[in-house]
Write a protein that binds this ligand. Structure first.
Ligand SMILES: Cc1cc2nc3c(=O)[nH]c(=O)nc-3n(C[C@H](O)[C@H](O)[C@H](O)COP(=O)(O)O)c2cc1C
Ligand SMILES: Nc1ncnc2c1ncn2[C@@H]1O[C@H](COP(=O)(O)OP(=O)(O)OP(=O)(O)O)[C@@H](O)[C@H]1O
Length: 142
């Protein structure tokens, strides 16, 4: 039994999320997803939806075995508990692969780190980013 891990904010789900999670699910028998806590989303606008709602929506997706709210202080605590075989980063996530590898080695966790592929819009108007969905809402309803 192999376990893959994906992670992200997942604020307002879109097909880019489905692509990422399908890619990640293909790398293990089980896919666990860590949903970032609002307080830890610091590199972009804070999520609109509450932590529990974002977790519940990801948890309901068919390719996801279980979604977990992340730890408040130490992102390696859930990893130590889940004991994954591979951590799958999103294609554009700012995290440094070698930095994560080094932190895993330091804690004695034997786990690969890889990246999912990007996905492009397939039809006119498809929005593959939460930030773009929010901008379109503001343009049309703001
Ligand atoms: C290996 C890994 C583990 C993570 N675990 C947590 C966690 O336990 N708690 C948390 O709030 N965020 C966690 N994160 C999420 C990051 O803190 C960051 O907020 C997340 O990548 C969201 O960024 P994005 O929306 O650009 O993908 C983790 C990220 C990585 C790469
Ligand atoms: N178009 C896409 N192609 C492939 N992966 C994607 C795409 N959109 C999002 N993802 C992946 O899903 C991960 C989690 O999504 P997250 O909600 O954190 O980002 P997002 O929707 O791109 O948000 P924002 O637009 O606010 O940056 C992202 O880090 C990203 O790697």
């Amino acid at each position: 039994m192999t376990t893959a891990i994906a992670q992200g904010t997942f604020d307002i789900l879109h097909p880019g999320h489905l692509h990422y999670l399908r890619d990640a699910a293909a790398l293990g028998d089980e896919l666990h997803v860590i949903v970032a806590r609002r307080e830890n989303v610091t590199h972009k606008a804070k999520p609109i939806l509450p932590d529990a709602q974002r977790r519940d929506m990801v948890d309901a997706l068919e390719m996801v075995t279980e979604a977990h709210l992340g730890h408040r202080e130490d992102i390696f605590v859930p990893i130590e508990r889940i004991q994954p075989d591979v951590i799958v980063l999103g294609h554009d996530q700012h995290h440094d692969e070698d930095g994560i590898r080094a932190a895993l080695a330091e804690r004695g966790i034997d786990c690969d780190v890889t990246r999912a592929s990007p996905c492009e819009p397939r039809y006119e108007g498809e929005l593959l980013s939460t930030g773009r969905i929010v901008r379109r809402i503001l343009e049309r309803r703001g």
